[in-house]
Ligand binder design. Sequence first.
Ligand code: TRP
Length: 321
Amino acid sequence: MEPSRTVAAADPAFRADVLAGLAAPIPAVPARWLYDRRGSELFEAITDLPEYYLTRTERALLERHSPDVAQIVGKDDAVVEFGSGSSAKTPILLRAVEPSAYVPIDISGDFLRDSVDALAGQFPHLPIHPVEADFMHPITLPSAVSALPKLGFFPGSTIGNMVARTAVDLLRAMKDTLGVGAWLLIGMDRIKDTDMLIRAYDDAAGVTAEFNLNLLRRINAELDGTIPVDAFRHRAIWNDRMSRIEMHLEATDDVAFTVSGTPFSFRAGETIHTENSHKYGLRDARLLLRAAGWGLCQEWTDEADSFALILAEAEAPRFAP
Ligand code: TRP
């Protein structure tokens, strides 16, 4: 028996993405569908894994360098967090920068309420203006913060989950949202030893595998699927040409199943691509930011140079030779 789960009403966008994605020449399902309630819980568990150095390293960098950030950007800014999610790292930054306002932006109203509740308790005098929106598009910020200098915050190497073209679109949208002269504090994971990267995305306890396989369970539960989940296994692959970790679900046998009545078949060894996590070298990261109009201000890394915390400034357009 499967553990009991709350069956959500079928989301037409989920169905459309899965039916189109499974039928594509290179089967792939957009990563956003990994994050139902169970997926989000599993992801939280991933961030605590010994192999998953990212969260730990970024938190240490924030603890060490938030005072430097405050020194550069000054106090009394509005801190604008993109995809605030559970906002676990935000208090470290807020304590150092002492902002005049905090604007968490998230597409999920539930996550937004959680993060507001969590922070309101810790910062009782901080005005919080949540915005429920898709930050891939420019957003009009609440009028209460329009006159304040802005510090954008985008931790977690989430930028790495986008292909470069989409990442640049997002960074440009952030610049449009925050305005020229604004700051952006962004976390980016670095290129490193392949084994260390793969271990971070294929942990010994199997939590990341469960996170990935949860997509198939979700398809079965919400889209009336008959996928034999046991006939798939989690794979984390380093794609060197693309400079990214890829997560796939690989068929271990020839399988046939239906989703919402539509038949699909996979040969043993064929995969469903479910997530990318791009890694950036020092100059790659700078170029990505520059391509979207963000000038490098300061960058901090850990001893092993495994993760970078980067402060950038939104540049005014200017003539170039
Ligand atoms: N941005 C993080 C990363 O790429 C978070 C993340 C997204 C993640 N999808 C994931 C972590 C899948 C582990 C597995 O690492």
